[in-house]
Design a protein. Structure first.
Length: 247
């Protein structure tokens, strides 16, 4: 039996949030500002000494960027990016390929044997602190746990991280990406499973701002196997993403 609050996640999401592909320089700078706030000022993962207060690295020039906006305040409160592999450049590697060079289990999947145009890596998933605090826990770029779903008596739903996950999936699909790789905490990668996604761990944990595990998912399979409860949310986010792209 479905929880009443969950009957139409798409309509509920639309009341409060919007997923926005960062297609212009202005919007990309909004993503870089969110990243500066989270990765530099709040977490100190990266240097705070950036006069323009934008967190940018060498991968951003060949990445797709995504934002989430709070409709009530018109503020961009979170972001993520999809780093695209460079076709025809065998010397170029995605970050996880470098960081996990010795820990990948290539019997599960070997990224070097996949068409480079079909693979990408999700990174820089971030939400500003006041939207991710839970019981004083604000020491991670994004927070999500079982308690964010509430209980049978008092259900909740973590719209911000799940909205960013689904927006990332749709943006990847529209750009012909088939395989998404991630290097995340195991608890975050496991939350893709709630969508119905068959996410596969593809190597041993590595140390990178804490312990991280490499994983992969197939975009088309995620969409095909998505649980019915999430489909209205996916459809609503897909409409917004396509509308922004066509404008």
């Amino acid at each position: 039996m479905l929880l009443p609050e969950f009957l139409n996640l798409g309509k509920s999401f639309k009341k409060y949030f919007e997923i926005v592909p960062a297609l212009s320089e202005t919007l990309r700078n909004e993503a870089y500002r969110v990243r500066y706030q989270v990765y530099c000022k709040e977490l100190r993962y990266e240097s705070i000494q950036r006069p323009d207060q934008l967190e940018i690295d060498e991968y951003d020039s060949h990445a797709l960027h995504l934002l989430i906006r709070d409709i009530q305040t018109n503020e961009f409160i979170g972001c993520t990016r999809i780093i695209c592999a460079q076709s025809g450049n065998s010397a170029h590697t995605l970050p996880f390929e470098r960081i996990c060079a010795k820990s990948l289990d290539r019997s599960i999947v070997d990224p070097t044997r996949l068409p480079r145009h079909s693979i990408a890596e999700v990174s820089r998933l971030a939400v500003i602190a006041r939207y991710r605090r839970r019981r004083g826990d604000s020491d991670k770029p994004i927070n999500i746990s079982e308690e964010d779903y509430g209980t049978l008596d008092r259900p909740r739903f973590p719209y911000i991280p799940i909205g960013l996950y689904i927006g990332t999936i749709e943006l990847a699909r529209l750009n012909g990406i088939e395989h998404i790789f991630m290097l995340t905490e195991s608890r975050l990668s496991s939350h893709f499973n709630k969508l119905g996604a068959d996410i596969r761990i593809i190597g041993d944990p590595v140390e990178f701002h804490g312990q991280r595990v490499p994983s992969v998912l197939n975009i088309n399979q995620v969409i095909k196997d998505m649980r019915l409860i999430f489909r209205p949310l996916y459809q609503m986010i897909a409409i917004d993403v396509k509308r922004h792209i066509s404008e």
